[in-house]
Design a protein around this ligand. Sequence first.
Ligand code: 13P
Length: 253
Amino acid sequence: MRKPILAANWKMHKTIGEAVAFAKAFAPLVADVTGAEIVIAPPFPALAAVGAALRGTHVLLAAQNVHPEKQGAFTGEVSPPMLVDLGCAYAIVGHSERRHIFGEASAFVARKAAALLAHGVRPIVCVGETLEEREAKRTFAVLEEQLRGSLAEVAIEQAADVVIAYEPVWAIGTGRTATPAIAQEAHAMIRSWLQTSFGAAGDAMRIQYGGSVKPDNVSVLMAEPDIDGALVGGASLDAASFAGIVRYQEKSK
Ligand code: 13P
């Protein structure tokens, strides 16, 4: 069975003080949730303080990005050993904002994912089509290209440690969530690609959906067979809202 994984991607939001206040308010709201992995990805400056505030809880820490090299002359970048030092269990790579605003290509994402795995940090590898690509009926081709490129350096024995996040770009921050059927169709295609590439490990890999996930739409998305979690932006910035998403199973009852 795949353990659900609900992750907050705060993007470029929250000062250290705001981030710590969130962590202190949020942890007690989800202290009794044992059936899912709960992950928070604050911006880099808040990682240490949020990690300290979450110590002793089962909420895991993630980074929003990483550079593939261990160290060196890479001004403004952060390396995998630095994330290990901060206690990061996960790091997001290949987010559409990195791909589209900062021009990151799948080959670079592949190096990041491999570097994270080499240091014991699990990558959350994001893929997703733009509206233009969907309307041109290129969704599956784009997803395939991004998966092949971004996972090129993942060995079969490492695959189960990789999480995929399907985030259709047209659904991010727009309030326009993919319907459960549209999301499941993409997740099923991704699952089949993972099975072909990684065999049995492809069944064990978790695939998150991301794009305008809210407390009131998460449970119908999570009911789909190949949706194993959510990567949440806007609705993860408020502790009660993200706790409502983490507690999605109570919604369907
Ligand atoms: P929103 O939940 O704000 O649409 O953002 C989704 C996202 O990009 C998470 O990585």
